[in-house]
Design a protein around this ligand. Sequence first.
Ligand code: TMP
Length: 211
Amino acid sequence: MNSRGRFITLEGGEGAGKSTLLKGLHDHLLQRGVTLLQVREPGGTALGEAIRSIVLDPSHPDISAESELLLMFAARAQLVRERILPALTAGQWVLCDRYVDASYAYQGAGRGQPQERIAELERWACAGLKADLTLLLDLPVSTGRARAAGRGAADRIETEADAFFERVRQAYRERAEAEPQRFHVIDASQSPDNVLQAAIAAVDHVFEANS
Ligand code: TMP
């Protein structure tokens, strides 16, 4: 077994079923004997959680696209250094609820921030850390929003219009097409169990390739 742990990220739009899938994947990896760290973005550290509460708070409608992008990367830079890299170095696997692809999709395609600027921030803030596998839960925007509608108050980003989330979805799909060796796209309109089985197949493939 490779002594460095594996880094798996999970991406998708609103209502795609990330939380349900995370629980199932977490249990599956533990059953396989993997020592696992599960974290979320933005968040996962004291600084990151503080940034999350600011950046998702609907009472800050005036946060600029530039500030939003930098806040996402500030949270990420801390998470990578404080938790993810030490865990991977210790041989643990890391399951991360969103990572840098979210910045390309939301702040890039959604808010119109230039891709090159995000790429530069990625080079600087992420210490060269790339995901070994990215699971993308893909779902039509209308289906995802209908699922998410019953969940209580929308956060600052969830209050965006459908067109914003269409751009986000398109950007994720384009990134998946550009890097098919890293991405595994899962049709999130399937039942939660089928989504989990598809994710397990992809994860086991990575697991076996590194055994
Ligand atoms: P979630 O926990 O439901 O995924 O919420 C996180 C929100 O933050 C979601 O709307 C996506 C957004 N986000 C960005 O806009 N850019 C980022 O880089 C990250 C990690 C998340």
